[in-house]
Design a protein around this ligand. Structure first.
Ligand SMILES: NC(=O)c1ccc[n+]([C@@H]2O[C@H](COP(=O)([O-])OP(=O)(O)OC[C@H]3O[C@@H](n4cnc5c(N)ncnc54)[C@H](O)[C@@H]3O)[C@@H](O)[C@H]2O)c1
Ligand SMILES: O=C(O)[C@H](O)CO
Length: 324
């Protein structure tokens, strides 16, 4: 008999067929307590789950006594209680690498859009404000040859450094828990402490995971250390930045602008003060959202679940100790 799995995301048809070739699939819309209550038997039988963005904690796991693997269609896994999964010997699989280049493109999009005010001035054209030759109130600031600071020199940070170094002749600073030899050798990146990075960067770019250590890593004190001409870009996770402090810093002119793909609350409430600030570019968490990359992530997640439930894991496991 095929193992039972719960799918809580829509998959392209060919990937759904691949999943069904290996498993008995129950498709549900989410993992909310109500969905769990209404489908108690399916959760009681499930050996695997596949989807994204839903919270998987101890309380959820009480309803899944047979669970052996969770496969998330994302690289970030802050919505999972990894310790609780590991205690139960449940493998957590994720999708690193396939999305790295696309997310780095998104960060570069935010760098360019904020510096050149692309969204703001395009809106002004649409409402008929372009009536003659433009003046300094339409000007942006240069990106090329500026200094870009990277918080989180992992896969995405490295791909960003490559773009900034080769594409825009930028000086790269980074802060990390250890020196990153490849970044230093290939992109001439300079390691520095957080305060130095904040003080010297024209663009502070966050590609950090959300952990206890990174929660509100950037707050009022850190924003005050940035240049008033600097731009903050966050494509890691919203809660890495204290959003209230960020709004205040933008309102007070302590920093020049912000480019944000992630927020403390998603979707971003329409009444967020961020949306009334002209110097904020707010994207709806589209870091990896291209047709190609989202397909590749879904395919990776399907393969990850097949590997985990057949005892054949070679990569992409967050807690490989449970496989021993
Ligand atoms: N906006 C999006 O759509 C999107 C898409 C993909 C990933 N992400 C986020 O980006 C994160 C990074 O992805 P990745 O593939 O580059 O992961 P990664 O693991 O390769 O890189 C993360 C880096 O952050 C470093 N780090 C962790 N805690 C730190 C700390 N306290 N101080 C300094 N450095 C620290 C790690 O050492 C690592 O080098 C993901 O965890 C996810 O939250 C967002
Ligand atoms: O972590 C990731 O892969 C992205 O944020 C999509 O959720």
């Amino acid at each position: 008999m095929k193992p039972s799995v719960i799918l809580y995301k829509t998959l392209p048809d060919d990937l759904l067929v691949r999943l069904k070739n290996h498993f008995t699939v129950t498709q549900l819309k989410d993992l909310s307590p109500e969905t769990v209550r209404q489908n108690a038997q399916a959760f009681a039988e499930a050996e695997g789950i596949l989807g994204s963005s839903e919270k998987v904690d101890k309380a959820f796991l009480e309803h899944t006594p047979k669970l052996r693997a969770a496969s998330t269609v994302s690289v970030g896994y802050d919505n999972f209680d990894v310790d609780a999964l590991s205690e139960r010997h449940i493998a957590l699989m994720h999708t690193p690498t396939v999305l790295t280049e696309t997310v780095a493109d998104t960060i570069m999009t935010l760098v360019l859009a904020t510096a050149r005010r692309a969204v703001e001035v395009a809106e002004r054209v649409k409402v008929g404000e372009w009536k003659g030759s433009i003046g300094p109130d339409w000007f942006g600031i240069d990106v090329h040859h500026k200094t870009l600071g990277i918080l989180g020199m992992g896969r995405i940070g490295l791909a960003l450094a490559q773009r900034a170094h080769f594409g825009f002749s930028m000086t790269i600073l980074y802060n990390a828990r250890r020196h990153h030899q490849e970044a230093e050798e290939r992109f001439n990146a300079r390691y520095c402490d957080l305060d130095t990075l904040l003080a010297e960067s024209d663009f502070v770019c966050i590609s950090l995971p959300l952990t206890d250590e990174t929660y509100h890593l950037i707050g009022a004190e850190q924003l005050a250390k940035m240049k008033s001409s600097a731009i903050l870009i966050n494509a890691g996770r919203g809660p890495v930045v204290d959003e209230k402090a960020l709004i205040q810093a933008l309102v007070d002119g302590k920093i020049h602008a912000a480019g944000l793909d992630v927020f403390e609350q998603e979707p971003l409430p329409v009444d967020s003060p961020l949306l009334s600030l002209p110097n904020v570019v707010a994207l709806p968490h589209i870091g990896s959202a291209t047709h190609e990359t989202r397909y590749n992530m879904a395919a990776c997640a399907v393969d990850n679940l097949i590997a985990a439930l057949s005892g054949n894991v070679k990569e992409n496991c967050v807690n490989p100790q449970v496989l021993k």
